[in-house]
Write a protein that binds this ligand. Structure first.
Ligand SMILES: [Zn+2]
Length: 357
């Protein structure tokens, strides 16, 4: 396919701070870069950004990509100025130790480092115990008085790690979950010209804490079908058996058959595979019994919407060294683009469940 993706946009997206419920930075950036390509742009009560592009048919295609990332919220500033925090979204505390964070305050971002009791003074019992967030603290380099002036309880912090391309076409950054999906959707908005479907490109909020934005966003849209663009864990790594990998880097767009929240509509599932096979788009089937994404909320909206999660495989998901493949992103874009631009060959209707006689 000829359309070239502008990966500088993905770099910008990963470096912006936006935990669940605090997505303003991403929303503003998307509005700025997408408004001139859209027929309308609005923000709903929850904070979802709804970008609309009119199509040539009377059918509507809903795309979702969540803007939020997992992160930290400050809930206590102690007597020596150290910040204590809770996690927002699923984070393994083992991945937080010795990391840098950016604490987002009303007067700007502050650098912080996450520490714990050093090995020199821990006991054998300390070292064998699983590390929890209660054992961790953020040091912003100020004593209590100054820390309390600069930071407010309720401020949030994000992991701090610059975007980098490395190895054989891979990207490492924080928040690739789900800036990679947001990037694909933003590039779609820019690339589609007179698409078959009228496209609602919805950049959702609060996915990481329970698909909350997608619930209200999909309720407000009359969609004939929906595609949710998100990352998914790739356990194609040491210690994991091949049959447990969920998805693998470099093997193409992950077309969801089943996850913890959805079983993809069988007709839509077949049609999407067919588009890939007719257009040399590398694909893999995603089966993730313990994962979920916005599709879980969207497919149950109103009387039901045929929905599929299109997933970008991601190693070290929910850490500040998430890793994705540029080729997987391109394959995901290519599939989503062809569906929106050309339409699917068949209608996805109730009768589609009946066998041909
Ligand atoms: Zn995600």
């Amino acid at each position: 396919m000829e359309i070239k993706l502008n990966f500088a946009v993905l770099k910008n997206l990963t470096e912006l701070p936006a935990i669940s419920g605090r997505e303003t930075a991403i929303r503003s950036y998307l509005k700025e870069i997408l408004s001139s390509y859209a027929d309308s742009v609005r923000t709903d009560v929850m904070g979802n950004l709804v970008v609309f592009k009119k199509g040539t048919s009377d059918k509507n295609l809903l795309f979702c990509a969540h803007m939020d990332e997992v992160g930290l919220m400050i809930h206590y500033i102690d007597e020596r100025g150290f910040l204590r925090f809770v996690t927002v979204g699923g984070i393994d505390p083992r991945t937080l130790l010795a990391q840098r964070v950016r604490v987002q305050t009303k007067s700007g971002a502050l650098l912080g480092v996450i520490g714990t009791k050093p090995a020199h003074i821990t006991t054998e019992a300390d070292r064998t115990k699983a590390l929890g967030v209660k054992e961790l603290f953020i040091d912003i380099g100020f004593g209590a008085e100054e820390a309390k002036k600069r930071v407010a309880v309720g401020d949030f912090a994000v992991l701090d790690r610059p975007y980098a391309e490395f190895g054989n076409g891979l990207i490492c950054a924080k928040a690739l979950d789900n800036r990679a999906g947001v990037f694909v959707l933003a590039e779609l908005v820019r690339a589609l010209k007179n698409p078959f479907y009228s496209v609602y490109a919805v950049f959702t909020v609060q996915e990481e804490v329970g698909l909350r934005g997608a619930i209200t966003a999909s309720f407000g849209i009359e969609a004939d079908l929906a595609l949710c663009l998100d990352t998914t864990g790739a356990a194609d790594i040491p210690g994991c058996a091949p049959q447990d990998s969920i998805c693998s880097l470099g093997k193409g767009v992950g077309i969801t058959a089943l996850d913890a929240r959805t079983i993809t509509h069988p007709v839509l599932f077949e049609l999407l595979k067919q588009v890939c096979d007719d257009n040399q788009i590398l694909r893999q089937i995603r089966i993730a019994p313990r994962g979920g994404n916005d599709a879980g909320a969207v497919h149950l909206s109103k009387t039901g919407i045929p929905t599929c999660g299109l997933s970008i495989p991601t190693r070290n998901i929910h850490s500040n060294v998430e890793v994705v493949s540029m080729d997987d992103i391109k394959n995901t874009f290519h599939l989503a683009y062809l569906v929106a631009q050309n339409g699917l060959k068949d209608d996805i209707q109730e009768e589609a469940y009946e066998p041909n006689v």
